[in-house]
Design a protein around this ligand. Structure first.
Ligand SMILES: [Zn+2]
Length: 492
């Protein structure tokens, strides 16, 4: 788990001395898939890594090696083709026992039996690897070993080649080359690892949305719903691009498969994976569509705008707020559904504060995201609502949270500079033209109760309730100002 940190840290720190211009290539052979294995070959420069290489793992008590448990038949040879002695150091790290260093040819098998393990501790099997009737899903973490260097982003020029069974294809978020089944990893090594792929005889559909290339990899049972997915993704991508004043990347892969377990999603750098339990239709869209939109918005907030330290309240809470308001603005959900979603958020917030007596600040709650889910997602979403209203009140509804996000994205997203809470406060001050620090002191780093009733009233909504039972309705005889703020936020 600790290794994952490298993916986000030190983005701007460039160790030109260790920057590698040589290309790093991975060959993935899927022709032995019936023997439950993928054979991988690579040649890694381990000079800076002092002969160590590793794979990012998600260890658990039952499986302390995480993804590395499925790596077998490791063979390492030096430049002269001489096999090397390798020591496994634990936590997915290996060391070559040699006094000289340089390039090494590394070969191994990935046994495709990840399904047998429980991955709930790291977000479920859809964040690791799984098998369907059509093929195999992997994250980069579950497939690739890489040099153990401090800044993975220093390794550029990464390419991946697939050798596939007949009628199979590889759906990846990477750029195709002119060779068949051959890809260049856009950007750097982090985009090899922090992404997902699907390899098989599944259905693939490519759509162009302006600058965007959206690639769907759908399990056969999902194929019938391709238009449902497109009808959701198109307006969500368009409206999110508008909010942030631009789009971060050009190509996205979306893998959608049926699940017997649950409906869930996970976003990576330029891809996301979604599993859906139950019927896919307009009714169930409130559920799977929310997840799909949430994961898409993460491509901006979470995978382009990246915090320096833990700011889960902003990453998850603001993403959920945007998900709800953009689904309302694009008329994918109606007003009543919007109310219901917010009622749920408030209910969970009240339960956490009143019944569970959780006194953590919204920011602190992110240190233990799973346990404090309601505060991270729900609390964060209520902070987003409060901030939106405060900015609108201060500017006569001329500015809103959209403007804050746009500035933040310009300054920190497009430039790859990790943001901090102080940066959000500075931009909130600029956008609203007033000192917003007390707001953050009260509701983000402090534990003051977010005055949800008052905030909703500002946008012409009435909140009634007793303890955790809450109901939202439209205010009777709203003022012009209330209606304008509501229109600014929901477009309704
Ligand atoms: Zn999320």
């Amino acid at each position: 788990m600790k290794k994952k940190f490298f993916l986000f840290a030190g983005i701007l720190i460039s160790f030109s001395s260790i920057a590698q211009n040589k290309s790093t290539n991975y060959n993935l052979d899927f022709t032995k898939k019936d023997q439950n294995l993928v054979h991988i070959k690579t040649d890694l420069d381990l000079t800076v890594a002092k002969n160590r290489f590793f794979m990012i793992t998600h260890p658990s008590q039952n499986n302390p090696d995480g993804e590395a448990k499925f790596l077998k038949n490791l063979v390492v040879k030096n430049q002269k083709g001489k096999p090397q002695i390798i020591n496994y150091l634990g936590e997915g790290t290996w060391e070559i026992q040699s006094t000289t260093t340089g390039n090494y040819a590394i070969e191994y098998d990935i046994i495709t039996e990840h399904d047998l393990e429980n991955w709930d501790h790291c977000g479920g099997y859809d964040e690791v690897a799984y098998k369907t009737q059509e093929g195999l899903f992997f994250t980069g973490y579950s497939l690739f070993v890489v040099p153990d260097i401090p800044v993975l982003g220093d390794i550029k020029n990464v390419s991946v080649h697939f050798t596939l069974p007949k009628n199979w294809k590889a759906s990846t978020p990477w750029n195709k080359t002119t060779k068949q089944n051959d890809f260049i990893v856009n950007n750097d090594l982090r985009f090899l690892l922090n992404n997902c792929i699907f390899v098989g005889n599944h259905y693939e559909k490519e759509i162009k949305l302006g600058d965007f290339e959206l690639l769907f990899a759908l399990g056969n049972s999902m194929k019938a719903n391709e238009n449902d997915f497109i009808e959701l993704m198109k307006p969500i991508i368009e409206s999110t691009t508008q909010v942030f004043g631009g789009a971060p990347k050009k190509k996205y892969l979306i893998v959608v498969n049926e699940s017997k377990v649950m409906t869930d999603g996970s976003a990576f750098r330029t891809s996301f994976s979604q599993i859906i339990k139950g019927k896919v239709n307009k009714n169930s869209r409130t559920n799977w569509g929310h997840i799909m939109a949430h994961e898409t918005i993460h491509l901006w907030n979470g995978h382009t705008l990246i915090p320096k330290e833990q700011e889960e309240w902003f990453k998850e809470g603001f993403t959920d707020y945007l998900t709800n308001i953009l689904l309302a603005r694009t008329k994918i959900i109606d007003e009543a559904t919007f109310y219901k979603r917010f009622e749920n958020v408030i209910t969970k917030y009240n339960i956490t504060r009143d019944l569970l007596q959780n006194k953590l600040s919204i920011q602190e709650s992110g240190n233990n995201k799973d346990q404090n889910r309601y505060l991270v997602y729900g609390g964060g979403e209520l902070v987003a609502l409060g901030l939106d209203i405060e900015i609108r009140k201060a500017t006569g509804n001329q500015k809103g949270l959209d403007d804050l996000l746009k500035s933040l994205f310009t300054e920190f997203g497009k430039t790859n500079i990790p943001y901090e809470l102080t940066n959000i406060i500075t931009i909130a001050n600029q956008v609203s033209g007033k000192n917003m620090k007390p707001f953050f002191d009260d509701y983000v780093t402090g534990t003051k109760r977010i005055p949800v009733t008052e905030y909703l009233a500002e946008m012409g909504l009435q909140l009634d309730g007793f303890l955790e039972d809450v109901y939202i309705s439209a205010t009777e005889n709203p003022t012009q100002q209330q209606l304008q703020i509501k229109k600014g936020i929901l477009g309704l």
